[in-house]
Design a protein around this ligand. Structure first.
Ligand SMILES: [Zn+2]
Length: 179
């Protein structure tokens, strides 16, 4: 029997946030427990998206607070609050981009404007192992793009230029670890 895991948020600088996550081979109940725990950590820190490497697990899994995002985007609320995305693949990207300030639970207090494609189409598996497609724009697209970056070892300050990046890292290093 497996001991109960307690996941905690990984804060930059941390090498885990710069590694490429592995594909999920099999969707198990253990994996669903991890997704549920990720949702609770995300809620605790008022996030709208969280990727598994942010809780120290290098697997291609993401959780999105689809309901909060739908309110922001002023689109109909989804049936389920959380969107669980496993092994996502971006299959289409719009040529149009947009700018918006972004933050990240792994980089507390850091906010920068990031340019990203406005719309994307992804292919992924849900927590039941069903293969699905999703067209996203607005905050939902941005959030999914940000989280998929995490699965590829990329964080949003990688887009902002070396000086801002350096400033952000030194600010984070000075911060006390969060409880
Ligand atoms: Zn993030």
């Amino acid at each position: 029997m497996e001991t109960k895991r307690k996941l905690t948020l990984v804060i930059e600088p941390d090498p885990i946030l710069h590694q490429v996550s592995e594909e999920v081979k099999e969707i198990t109940s253990d994996l669903n427990d991890i997704l549920d725990e990720m949702a609770s950590i995300m809620g605790q820190f008022d996030g709208i998206g969280l990727a598994a490497p942010q809780v120290g697990i290098l697997k291609r899994m993401i959780i999105i607070d689809a309901e909060t995002i739908a309110r922001e985007d002023k689109i109909p609320l989804p049936n389920e609050r959380y969107l669980k995305i496993i092994n996502p693949e971006i299959i289409e990207v719009s040529r149009e981009t947009c700018l918006k300030e972004e933050g990240c639970l792994s980089l507390p207090t850091i906010y920068y404007t990031v340019e990203r494609p406005e719309r994307i189409r992804i292919k992924y598996f849900n927590e039941k192992g069903e293969e699905l497609h999703l067209d996203a724009d607005g905050l939902l697209a941005r959030c999914i793009e940000h989280e998929i970056d995490h699965l590829n070892g990329k964080i949003f300050i990688d887009y902002v230029g070396p000086l801002k990046r350096k400033l952000a890292i030194s600010k984070l290093k000075k911060m006390k670890p969060r409880k």
